[in-house]
Design a protein around this ligand. Structure first.
Ligand SMILES: [Zn+2]
Ligand SMILES: [Zn+2]
Length: 347
């Protein structure tokens, strides 16, 4: 088993630190990827701190991974040595349930295998992208088009697909009015993608501090939700609202902004329940929905879409030794808009 360098959490409260981990031998259907870049997602922080449940330490996180194929198993047909590839939030699924057969393996009824902190088929705990190499079964590996700058591509594998999937599912296109709640890692990608799909895009952010960025990235309008006049002005406006905020919001106030048959879809995950007034849904026959990452097929579609439209995340490249400081800045919303780790600094 190859031993590789990594950056791991060793407890819920301590800092992450350098370590080595073992990757499995490359099986017949596996590819070995030399990781080039790995994004830092807020989920990584929740996971290592045990905020989404107890985990086993040491744990390497990171599920926004791009790199180069350096070895393939004997039965691999989808990738070859030298290919630019990506790995997102999942590395396997049961392949047998109704949802897997429908090509929606992110919703695998037996639970998809997460890229980290998940029980793998061999019983080991999966270890993520803050590492120099990873071994992944070929059909959970994506092609990263040349048109996407490699050092910016990693966040597409979580932030990109998580926002692309609901925008595609609810058929956003020219004439659609889309609102994006929150201008962070997910929100800024939602703005870029919805704009590229042809929608009229509005950002609803707590303050106007990122207004200039929002308009530059493709928003047509930008409103502060701290101003109550915003909710009066925008009543009955949107076909789709994508909520990227993982904190409690006044869901009924946002629902009132949907026009006929509009949907508010949450991709942010507030820890506490959001009380919905059913009367908020009666008016305009509104829907309140959730959406989690996206399928492998849809992730490839998203990468190809981003290549075609010249879309890449706004990123800040950091060395591995900066990860702990980067976490503090993510928690303080002090990043525009995604940290990416240069895996060469782990070598
Ligand atoms: Zn993520
Ligand atoms: Zn399944």
């Amino acid at each position: 088993m190859p031993t590789v360098n990594a950056f791991a959490a060793t407890s819920a409260s301590g800092p992450l630190s350098r370590t080595t981990i073992e990757r499995r031998d490359v099986g017949a259907k596996d590819v070995l990827i030399e990781i080039a870049y790995s994004g830092i997602c807020h989920s990584d922080i929740h996971t290592v701190r045990g905020e989404w449940g107890d985990i086993t330490y040491p744990q390497v996180v990171g599920h926004e991974i791009v790199g180069t194929v350096t070895e393939v198993g004997s039965e691999v047909t989808l990738h070859k040595v030298g290919d630019r590839v990506g790995v997102g939030c999942m590395v396997n699924s049961c392949r047998e349930c109704e949802n897997c057969i429908a090509g929606e393996e992110q919703y695998c009824l037996n639970g998809n295998t997460g890229t980290y902190a998940s029980v793998d088929r061999d019983g080991t705990i999966t270890q993520g992208g803050y590492s120099t190499h990873i071994v992944v079964v070929e059909d959970f590996v994506l092609r990263v088009p040349e048109a996407i700058p490699f050092e910016k591509a990693a966040p597409l594998l979580c932030a990109g697909i998580t926002t692309y999937s609901p925008l595609a599912h609810w058929k956003v296109g020219p004439g659609s009015r889309v609102a994006v709640v929150g201008m962070g890692g997910l929100g800024h990608m939602a703005v870029k993608i919805a704009h590229a799909m042809g929608a009229e895009v509005t950002v609803l952010s707590q303050s106007l501090s990122k207004q200039e960025d929002g308009l530059r990235l493709g928003a047509d309008h930008y409103y502060a939700t701290s101003d109550p006049a915003t909710f009066d002005k925008l009543k009955n406006t949107f076909d789709l609202i994508v909520n990227s905020v993982s904190a409690k919001i006044d869901i009924n106030a946002y629902l009132s902004l949907l026009r006929l048959d509009g949907t508010l879809v949450s991709v942010g995950a507030p820890p506490e329940p959001l009380p919905v007034q059913v009367f908020s849904l009666f008016g305009n026959r509104r829907s309140f929905a959730g959406s989690g990452i996206g399928s492998i097929r849809e992730t490839q579609e998203m990468l190809d879409f981003c290549a075609e439209h010249g879309i890449a995340p706004e990123t800040e490249l950091v060395a591995a030794d900066y990860i702990n400081e980067a976490y503090e800045r993510v928690l303080a919303s002090d990043v525009r808009y995604r940290f990416v780790i240069d895996a060469a600094t782990l070598a």
